[in-house]
Design a protein around this ligand. Structure first.
Ligand code: CO8
Length: 257
């Protein structure tokens, strides 16, 4: 499919999606979200891809949902149209998704980054949920994912005041996995994505599913879920290969990538 608002490239085993509406700081409109959803499905179905990476520009990962597009909506438009209910593209793949964030990640942009499995931030990154300043609140998971990531005090601070948080504060608050100098963002994020993409795919899918289960279950249920998957992985060729390679002091040759 030809895309107008994103760029999709396959680099090694990494599917790279670059948000590309430079004139609107990558604001998320229906067209962009539709293309992103389509690209995620394509990359999920592409066996040559082991990990996805979503990024924006130096200035903005995404400055939120497109305010101009939604400004005139009525409650009935939003409610009957179930507005934004399907704006969850990164959660629609079983493969890991890395977000590489430089510049603004605001509103829906911050929420999009938080839908990814981990965020690598440039030292220029600025995160925020400024919806309160527009007379609304976050609408694609911000109040939930931000609170799980940074805790209630910081989430309330950001959601109620609409202020921005810089990369250092985001790292201190556990919103992002790593902060790197802006000039190295793509190299570092690609290294992470490439490392993941070249692991055994069954282990990668299982690891992601198990970590995600931590957000949906009690500790006891989560630990039991993890143990069942751990046991199941002993049925894979890659468990035999991974452990044999360790003993033989060589790199594993995964059968299932
Ligand atoms: N929507 C539409 N256009 C935008 C947006 C946006 N969110 N952000 C920036 N733009 C446009 C500007 O209008 C401007 O366009 P133009 O040149 O035609 O006037 C262009 O991008 C450049 O922006 P600025 O001139 O404002 O650039 P600055 O560097 O001066 O400022 C800021 C950068 C601080 C990021 C500023 O643009 C800003 O505050 N943007 C809005 C941030 C915001 O409030 N985001 C939250 C939006 S609401 C939301 O995300 C709800 C999500 C939940 C709903 C889920 C359904 C999608």
């Amino acid at each position: 499919m030809a895309y107008e608002n994103i760029i999709v490239e396959i680099k090694g085993r990494v599917g790279v999606v670059t948000l590309n509406r430079p004139n609107a700081l990558n604001a998320l409109n229906r067209a962009l979200i539709g293309e992103l959803s389509q690209a995620v499905v394509e990359l999920q179905n592409n066996d040559a891809v082991g990990c996805l990476l979503i990024t924006g520009s130096d200035k903005a990962f995404a400055a939120g949902a497109d305010i101009k597009e939604m400004a005139d909506k009525s409650f009935i438009d939003a409610y009957l149209g179930n507005f934004a209910a399907d704006w969850h593209a990164p959660t629609k793949t079983r493969k890991p998704v890395v977000a590489a964030v430089a510049g603004f990640a605001l509103g829906g942009g911050c929420e999009l980054a938080m839908m990814c499995d981990l965020i690598i931030a440039a030292d220029t990154a600025k995160f925020g949920q400024p919806e309160i300043k527009l007379g609304v609140i976050p609408g694609i998971g911000g109040t939930q994912r931000l609170t799980r990531a940074v805790g209630k005090a910081k989430a309330m601070d950001l959601v109620l005041t609409g202020r921005m948080m810089d990369a250092a504060e985001a790292e201190r608050s556990n919103l992002v996995a790593r902060v790197v100098p802006a000039a190295q963002l793509m190299d570092e994020a690609m290294k992470v994505a490439d490392t993941i993409a070249n692991m055994s795919l069954p282990s990668v899918l299982a690891a992601k599913e198990a970590v995600d289960a931590a957000f949906e279950s009690s500790l006891a249920e989560g630990v039991r879920f993890e143990r069942r998957i751990f046991h199941a992985l002993f049925a894979t060729e890659d468990q035999k290969e991974g452990m044999k390679a360790f003993v033989e002091k060589r790199k594993p040759q995964w059968k299932n990538k």
